[in-house]
Structures are given as C-alpha cells and as structure tokens.
Design a protein. Structure first.
Length: 167
C-alpha cells in the first residue's frame, strides 16, 4: 500500500480526519471520548498546535488545526491514536490479545486549508456533521464539537485557540 503524502510546512491550517477501525462506533462510549479529548489536549500542549475546530463522531474524528512549523501531522495524529487506544484498552480490561486490539484505521487524511474561507468551511463542516448524520437536530445539541465554544459557551470538552486566521 503506498504511503499517503502529507504536505507539512505549508504554513496553512489543516483539516484532518481519522476513523475507527472498520468504521466501528468505537467512540460511542463516554470513556473513549474522554480519553481521546485528553490525548488531544496533551498533544496540543506537547506539539504547540492551535486547535481551530473539531468534532468527535461515533466512528471518526475531524480536527482543524494550525500546526507549528516542522510539525509532522501524520506523526502527531499517530501519537494521539496510539495513546488513546492503549489507554482505552487498559481501562476497559478487554480480554483480547494485543494483536486483536485494533481501535483505529492506520491512516489519517488531511487537507491544507489555503485560505480563511476554506478554514471556516471545514469548521462548519465539523459542526454540521452530527446534524447531517441525524444524530441531533441542531449542532449545539452535539456536545463533542467546537460549535458551542463558537457560540460563547466555554464549558466544552476542548477549548479552541484564538488565532489570527479566524479574526
């Protein structure tokens, strides 16, 4: 299988998608979402990227980030996925051998947002994803996205970073 190319160091915001193994709803349990949120926050601190938007769906995740120069996005997402899976499996005591424990698909997909309009489009896409999938009637009902932060509510799973691209 050919490696997907990530165009790092483009000085652009990035829209990133990564999915659960075989599109299973592995992110349905509250524990799975809480661990993922914590790992994203840890990665944000460690790699100093700006989080501009997100949504955590039952079987996939979308992030809109502005990485620092020299950030390898594939590595960054691999780290989030690896730590999330290990912590989740350790917390749930699922009695499977390590070779059978698969939480995420191997790849992630990313898109360089080349202008402010593209960034806003991707953030809106995140916010409307739960509505489009008929999980809620209004984006504000889905707690696992950045929508409520943008509506002025600060008690949200992940805080959004102020960034000049959004001003």
């Amino acid at each position: 299988m050919p490696r997907l190319r990530h165009f790092d160091n483009e000085d652009t915001a990035r829209f990133i998608t990564f999915s659960c193994y075989r599109r299973q709803s592995s992110l349905n349990p509250l524990l799975a979402k809480e661990i993922l949120v914590e790992q994203i926050a840890i990665a944000k601190e460690k790699h100093s990227f700006k989080l501009l938007g997100y949504v955590i769906m039952p079987e996939h995740v979308h992030l809109v980030i502005f990485p620092t120069p020299n950030t390898r996005v594939g590595y960054l997402i691999g780290e989030i996925k690896s730590f999330t899976a290990r912590r989740y499996f350790a917390s749930t005591n699922i009695g499977l051998p390590d070779s059978k424990r698969v939480f995420w698909e191997k790849r992630c997909y990313d898109h360089n947002c080349r202008n402010v309009l593209s960034v806003r489009e991707k953030i809106n896409y995140c916010h409307n994803n739960p509505v489009k999938r008929d999980l809620v009637d209004d984006p504000g009902q889905w707690l696992w996205s950045s929508y409520n932060w943008y509506m002025g509510i600060r008690d949200v799973p992940l805080l959004i970073d102020e960034h000049e691209i959004l001003i």
